[in-house]
Design a protein around this ligand. Structure first.
Ligand code: AMP
Length: 355
């Protein structure tokens, strides 16, 4: 568990000049754009060099850059970042490349509850959390000898679907598995994928009401994954596999999507129970999170993953989504995060949303 005393840091901060910072990757254009819209100064932590492409996007470019040699170097700059009254917005790449241990030690006020990492990065704990919340997850197959239906094999720690493969029999599994790596075998759920982008505020009661705080649905996307999503252009998966060509699940982009309206009550119920269970388990998730789901032909949700921070799937909605439009025009997840920080600052509640 993190034991960084951020209240000691925050008392020294100039609260009129908070600065929003993140690493220049993933969803940083959106985060900077959202922060600027809410009147914050921004700082981009750039690895290796100042990324030239930001010049082409003035409304997504940070006001200043901190150039560091590699992710691990970020820890060396904590004093400098604190002097600039920095609040860090973590995103997937930030946490992945910095490493969970260093992220937990980062001595700078960070948006969200960092303790969620312990529950999110361990597949057993993640299952305990999500099933404890009453969600249905894909069945886990503990022994590969019992593969009787299509399964997806996921290597631990492999982000972005790298190395994942589908198997339909034990023989197929045996041929493909890299035994040196630890893995999980899951039922391959047939259906359509929806990645649901929620925002939970523990301090505001202006949306879908929870015991404490309230929940919003800001947007949803579908990931574009190579080669699985276009593999049919070359023939059926079965035909290709006979030739030794196997589909992969590497994320290359995100596609905007909406869901039939009749499913929305279930979307909110799931979000609510995930938050309420997280409060019981580790003091609660804060801010943005994403449930990665498949909707089956019976219109049931199966949830195969949770991401407990802003996901790159929110990037199609820098100017708002069909859902956030119903809350406020031009509201992205990045902007919503900035709004939460602004509100908490005004009400002296920063300690409720930062760790
Ligand atoms: P993950 O790293 O768990 O997000 O999985 C990477 C990708 O694999 C997802 O975006 C889905 O396209 C696919 N996937 C993961 N789990 C399942 C599942 N149980 N059934 C079907 N597809 C899945």
């Amino acid at each position: 568990m993190t034991k960084i005393n951020i209240s000691d840091i925050l008392v020294k901060y100039d609260k009129k000049n908070l600065r929003i910072a993140t690493v220049c990757s993933h969803s940083s254009l959106q985060i900077f754009n959202g922060a600027k819209k809410e009147g914050f100064k921004t700082l981009g932590i750039s690895i290796g060099e100042k990324k030239k492409f930001y010049d082409a996007f003035p409304r997504g470019k940070p006001d200043e850059f901190l150039i560091v040699e590699n992710y691990k170097e970020i820890l060396k700059y904590t004093e400098e970042l604190k002097e600039k009254n920095v609040i860090v917005i973590p995103h997937g790449s930030f946490v992945e490349y910095l490493g969970a241990d260093k992220f937990l030690k980062l001595n700078i006020p960070t948006f969200g509850n960092r303790n969620v990492l312990i529950w999110e990065s361990d597949r057993n704990k993640e299952r305990e959390w999500l099933e404890g919340a009453g969600l249905t997850m894909p069945t886990e197959i503990k022994d590969p000898h019992f593969i009787e239906q299509p399964v997806i094999v996921k290597y631990h720690g492999a982000k972005g679907g790298k190395g994942f493969f589908i198997a339909k029999t034990y023989e197929e599994f045996k041929k493909r598995i890299d035994k040196r790596r630890s893995y999980t075998i899951q039922e391959f759920v047939m259906g359509t994928r929806y990645y649901l982008h929620y925002f939970y505020s523990p301090i505001q009661k202006n949306a879908y009401s929870l015991q404490k705080g309230s929940l919003q649905l800001l947007s949803m996307d579908r990931r574009d994954e190579t080669t699985i999503d276009e593999v049919q252009r070359l023939g059926s998966i079965a035909e290709l596999e006979e030739l030794g060509i196997h589909p992969t699940f590497v994320v290359t982009g995100n596609i905007p999507i909406v869901m039939r309206e009749s499913l929305l009550p279930k979307v909110f119920e799931m979000g609510k129970s995930v938050v309420e269970e997280s409060i019981k388990l580790f003091g609660g998730i804060i801010g943005s999170f994403c449930l990665e789901t498949v909707v089956t032909e019976e219109l049931k949700f199966k949830v195969f993953e949770i991401s407990a921070r802003i996901v790159a799937g929110t990037n199609p909605y820098i100017g708002g989504s069909p859902y956030s439009e119903l809350i406020q025009p031009d509201l992205s997840t990045g902007r919503r995060i900035a709004q939460e920080i602004k509100y908490a600052n005004k009400k002296n509640l920063l300690l409720e949303i930062l760790t």
